[in-house]
Design a protein around this ligand. Structure first.
Ligand SMILES: C[S@@+](CC[C@H](N)C(=O)[O-])C[C@H]1O[C@@H](n2cnc3c(N)ncnc32)[C@H](O)[C@@H]1O
Length: 373
């Protein structure tokens, strides 16, 4: 697969686009995560998906003297983390935020540079997917509504050889495109959309903007569509989701992220058993907790698979992702590293869904890091 650099480095955002400070961002299930992580003075946490800092700020609002490693692959999120870290330092209240720029799969390198020992951290959060900032800023190229270059790279320009969504739709063949739309978007008409994209190359040469792709897909799929929860959705939603997941190698990253963070969480003294009962508070206190919020079944299957010790999912192992030189393939799970802290899934309350409709599809699962004995 050969992919090329995009052609539109001078793209100008449309005047009506939302400015970054107008983007409303509400963290999902923040109260529930904080209650379960239950920060105490002197503890360390990793926010694996800092984004707008919503979860980090919620943890800090407990006023406990905690240190949070704030990771994000997006340079804009990293800048927000730097601003927050300075504010927190200025308060001199025993709290600390340490911004880290990188992917889940870069966590070991970043922690290694800081000389953070293995099995040192008390809790971690992963709030999967893209942030409101990424979704709503036209120039980032994730948005179905605000026009922008067809980009979708969460890392922005950090990796010069990383393909953009435009590189993908303008260079791959119909079979490969259909595979992406089907695997990562669960798009029923994957081949029809892929073939239309190939046909459009004769007329338009290349698809350059989010609007061009959204319109093309809407024309071929037509009509109104509804998501799993019965909400009306743009006909190109699944295609956009699929491209975003592919461009950012998201499923593979989640898999690596959960494995990597497990090396930094404290290990429970609780012996490994097959018994699925909830762990009692005392045992939880000894093992680091990982809370993961997923927004669709592809993500959730990986999270559940990791916690339960199932075989890697198809999306996680996808062969299209294997061809990418930037990440090792997923390793078959060998032994149980995790135990569900609560076997039940935590969903947002009705109140939260009313306030923040994006939270509607969220699922929160917790795992306790077991010992390796
Ligand atoms: C849903 S948002 C998180 C929002 C955040 N919890 C908040 O309350 O503001 C997900 C964030 O995770 C980041 N992200 C996604 N995949 C990542 C990866 N593999 N490595 C590092 N960051 C990632 C995205 O860049 C995005 O900023």
């Amino acid at each position: 697969m050969k992919l090329f650099r995009p052609l539109w480095t001078h793209f100008k955002p449309l005047a009506e686009e939302k400015s970054v400070d107008k983007i409303k961002h509400l963290p999902v299930l923040a109260k529930e995560i904080t209650q379960i992580l239950e920060p105490r003075d002197g503890q360390y946490f990793i926010d694996m998906t800092f984004g707008g800092g919503g979860h980090t700020k919620y943890l800090l609002s407990t006023h406990k003297k905690i240190t949070i490693f704030a990771l994000d692959r997006d340079p804009a999120a990293f800048q927000r983390a730097i601003v927050l870290a300075k504010d927190v330092d200025a308060k001199e209240n025993g709290q600390k935020v340490i911004p880290l720029l990188g992917r889940f799969s870069e966590l070991s390198t970043l922690m290694g540079k800081l000389k953070v020992p293995k099995h040192f951290v008390d809790g971690a959060i992963m709030d999967l997917g893209a942030s409101s900032f990424q979704f709503e800023e036209g120039p980032r190229g994730f948005s179905l509504r605000a026009n922008g270059p067809l980009d979708m790279r969460m890392d922005a320009d950090r990796f010069p050889n990383m393909p953009t969504a435009a590189d993908v739709v303008n260079t791959l063949g119909a079979e490969e495109l259909a595979k992406i739309f089907k695997t990562y978007g669960e798009e029923k008409y994957a081949m029809k959309v892929a073939q239309t994209i190939i046909d459009s190359r004769f007329m338009m040469k290349s698809l350059r903007t989010t609007q061009e792709l959204a319109t093309l897909v809407a024309n071929v799929l037509g009509g109104e569509r509804y998501d799993q929860l019965g909400r009306s959705a743009h006909p190109a939603t699944k295609v956009f989701q699929a491209l975003r997941i592919f461009v950012n190698n998201e499923m593979n990253e989640i898999s690596h992220g959960i494995d990597t963070v497990s090396r930094y969480l404290k290990r429970s003294e609780h012996p490994q058993t097959d018994d699925d009962n909830d762990l009692v508070t005392e045992e939880r206190a000894k093992g680091g907790l990982l809370g993961v919020i997923s927004f669709h079944s592809l993500e959730d299957k990986i999270v559940k698979g990791k916690f339960v010790g199932l075989k890697p999912t198809k999306a996680e192992k996808n062969t299209i992702a294997y061809e990418r030189p930037d990440l090792e393939p997923v390793i078959e799970r060998e032994r149980k590293t995790w135990k569900f802290y609560q076997t039940r899934i935590i969903y947002p309350s009705e109140n939260e869904v009313n306030l923040n409709p994006r939270s509607r599809s969220a699922k929160l699962r917790f795992g306790v890091r077991l010992n390796d004995a």
